[in-house]
Design a protein around this ligand. Structure first.
Ligand SMILES: *Cc1c(COP(=O)(O)O)cnc(C)c1O
Ligand code: SF4
Length: 442
């Protein structure tokens, strides 16, 4: 538990450069490396006026296989694609860029495309922000009784952006789309008045974009709250900037903060987002995982299933095996949410189930801690358990892993099979006239 001071091995130290972000203004230079034509590059710049783009030197130099770009999965993970948006929308913005139109005009055109992309799916804004005292609680979502999500204000960006991100709306700079909080006292008071809450999940963006001195100010007060059994941190930093835990100036302080959480008698759970096995290959990631685990923190892993990036059972099998080797615990496979360029990345539920099963059947029980494919939908997290024939009818067997109504958790229910369906709202109930989460008719 006290390995935070040991020096990183030489192979690791040499890759520990300072964080350097690349944004839309570097896009043309970077896409040229993928051997795209000037027209293709302009179309990508047009897409990047609508959807956020950000990557960094580690992703560009260590993760992307440029000889395989633009088809390389890590390239596709961070670089916008021309066909992510409707062709007419892209053409309109390409035309503005080509004419060097005023920024305000380009922004207006980009905004018009954004609002068509369901920026806040699953009632995130309306349903989950609690009211407290004489107002609401910005930066807090409380959907399931035992867990509160907290979006710290300084943690609302990431070391790089995933093209499929369901939180993309937060990154495009429209204040009305943001939800973030910095009031630790109000969070603390809210938790005290909700003793059923046993877990706080820091999310974003990526909370690990924060320095130790900022994260500490959020975490330390929580350690006085006896009701909390766990603190979770949802992060993609292990994939996008493992230097955070190895060579960054405050890496050791960060690990000491983790040790304090563990020493306080709580589970510190790292909910690590890995989309592809490539992200676990570098010696730097391995060192980062080792150092985090040495603090007593537990690393659980999760990712969405994304067409053209990881829609292959071999990719998931390899990912789960490698995670188990490294001492991480596979946790969720998600279905891509109904927002942003979902049409582009969506995998139909029937196929998602096949990918999950084909990977799951080949791994040991230690990797079968993973659950999925799971949809974080308005009523809760719905897992596709299978496609079966019952009473001569082909149906999806479904189950809530998590539900606003705790009483529905883990009860099977059924939907008519539909090979095209990509989300819960595209499904119809089978053997019943409504789903269990739908209100009974008057
Ligand atoms: C997934 C999720 C949680 C955590 O659920 P677990 O089943 O405990 O992992 C909490 N709140 C929201 C809104 C979620 O989507
Ligand atoms: S790391 Fe997470 S929050 Fe950040 S862009 Fe990727 S999916 Fe979105």
């Amino acid at each position: 538990m006290t390995l935070v001071n040991d020096a990183a091995p030489p192979a690791v130290r040499s890759t520990g450069r300072k964080f350097r972000a690349f944004t839309a203004k570097h896009l043309d230079e970077l896409t040229a490396r993928a051997r795209l034509s000037p027209d293709e590059r302009l179309a990508i710049r047009a897409v990047a006026t609508v959807l956020p783009f950000r990557t960094n030197s580690y992703v560009v130099d260590e993760l992307i296989d440029w000889s395989a770009a633009p088809d390389d999965p890590i390239y596709r993970l961070v670089f916008p694609q021309e066909d992510m948006l409707p062709a007419a929308d892209v053409a309109r913005i390409v035309d503005l860029l080509r004419r060097d139109a005023p920024k305000a005009e380009i922004d207006a055109a980009a905004n018009a495309v954004r609002v068509k992309l369901n920026p806040h799916p699953a009632g995130q804004m309306q349903l989950n922000i609690p009211s407290f005292g004489d107002g609401t609680l910005p930066g807090v979502q409380h959907k399931y009784r035992e867990t509160v999500l907290f979006f710290p204000k300084q943690g609302q960006t990431c070391h790089a952006y995933c093209t499929y991100c369901f939180r993309w709306a937060q990154f495009v700079g429209e204040p009305s789309l943001k939800m973030a909080g910095d009031d630790t006292t109000r969070l603390y008071d809210y938790l005290v008045s909700h003793p059923a809450v046993t877990s706080v999940l820091f999310t974003g963006g990526d909370p690990m974009i924060m320095g130790e001195s900022v994260l500490r100010r959020y975490i330390d007060p929580l350690l006085d709250l006896d009701q909390l059994e766990s603190i979770r941190i949802g992060t993609k930093s292990l994939a996008y900037w493992p230097q955070k835990f190895v060579t960054d100036p405050d890496a050791d302080d960060m690990l000491r903060l983790f040790e304090r959480v563990v020493a306080s008698g709580r589970n510190l759970a790292f909910m690590a987002h890995f989309s592809h096995p490539r992200e676990m290959e570098s010696p730097l990631v391995r060192e980062a995982v080792r150092r985090i685990r040495d603090t007593g923190a537990v690393i659980r892993t999760q990712a969405p299933l994304i067409r053209s990036i990881n829609d292959d059972p071999a990719v998931w099998e390899s990912m789960w095996r490698q995670q188990v080797r490294m001492g991480m615990i596979p946790y969720y496979m998600f279905v891509e949410r109904d927002t942003g360029p979902q049409d582009y990345f969506a995998v139909p539920l029937g196929h998602a189930y096949e990918v999950f099963r084909d990977a799951y059947k080949n791994v040991s029980g230690l990797a079968r801690t993973v659950r999925g494919p799971s949809m974080s939908a308005t009523p809760g997290k719905v897992c596709v358990d299978g496609v079966v024939e019952l009473f001569g009818e082909k149906v999806f067997a479904l189950r809530f892993l998590q539900c606003r109504d705790a009483d529905l958790v883990n009860r099977p229910f059924y939907a008519k099979y539909d090979p095209e369906a990509v989300w819960l709202d595209g499904l119809r109930p089978a053997f019943a006239d409504r789903f269990p989460f739908e209100p009974a008719p008057e």
